[in-house]
Design a protein around this ligand. Structure first.
Ligand code: SF4
Length: 231
């Protein structure tokens, strides 16, 4: 897909955003202001994880060497201008339970597919390229491996790179899960592209997305204002 470059300023180096878990109730109260999308997968269904994707929380609580963190990866694009603003390193993670008809990356759906890479190997690739301005987590479903992506996102932020994360779940659903790893990945993301690809809303005019139901969520502003703010 070829999209026009998005003309937005992506902030980096936050740390002031309120805890995602603490604002879930406020999001519920502001429900009338948020256009819920048509998602066919319930949150209960979404919670099932096999052992590959299960997280222990260990990576959130203590510093684990990046070369000890292994992810299931579908592929990498070293420099992309179609997966977010600027020149981006794109990590396509493996595994997605949704099976959206018309999915652009069906090979990334199989939970047992892909190859293994360590977070250390991924950071090495990123550090070699001075041109990139950010990292994009795509897939597959990045939030299935949220705990593994959090240390990478932290390292990227520390280096001044912004973070954009795709998800088949809506922003509200991601918050509703109230999983520590999911919350951490939400807060480390500058932009979340949310919602599943829906063929009936397919459009080549929306930037960085496949269908018009998907939103470019300004994460920091949404958490601050307790309602979904889009770019
Ligand atoms: S959420 Fe994305 S990766 Fe998963 S099936 Fe749908 S379009 Fe494909």
């Amino acid at each position: 897909m070829n999209f026009v470059l998005l003309d937005v300023a992506v902030e980096s180096g936050r740390g002031t955003a309120p805890q995602a878990a603490g604002i879930r109730a406020k999001f519920r109260r502001n429900e009338k202001t948020m256009p819920f999308e048509n998602t066919s997968l319930s949150m209960n269904q979404s919670h099932s994880r096999d052992t590959v994707f299960s997280g222990t929380g260990e990576l959130l609580l203590k510093s684990v060497p990046l070369n000890k963190i292994t992810l299931r990866v579908a592929g990498i694009v070293g420099e992309s201008v179609t997966d977010g603003p600027g020149i981006r390193f794109v990590l396509f993670v493996q595994g997605c339970p949704r099976r959206c008809p018309g999915c652009h990356n069906p090979q990334t759906q199989c939970l047992g597919g892909g190859t293994f890479m360590t977070a250390g190997e991924i950071m090495e690739r990123i550090e070699k390229d001075p041109l990139i301005s950010g990292i994009t987590f795509s897939g597959g479903e990045p939030f299935l491996q949220a705990e593994k992506l959090v240390p990478i996102a932290r390292e990227c932020r520390r280096r001044g790179l912004n973070v954009m994360t795709y998800s088949g779940w809506t922003f509200e659903e991601l918050l509703e899960k109230n999983d520590p790893a999911w919350n951490a990945l939400i807060e480390l993301s500058d932009i979340i592209v949310d919602g599943p690809y829906l063929q009936e809303f397919r459009s080549s005019l929306v930037k960085f997305r496949g269908s018009t139901n998907q939103r470019l969520v300004n994460v920091a502003l949404s958490l601050k204002t307790h309602s979904v703010q889009t770019l």
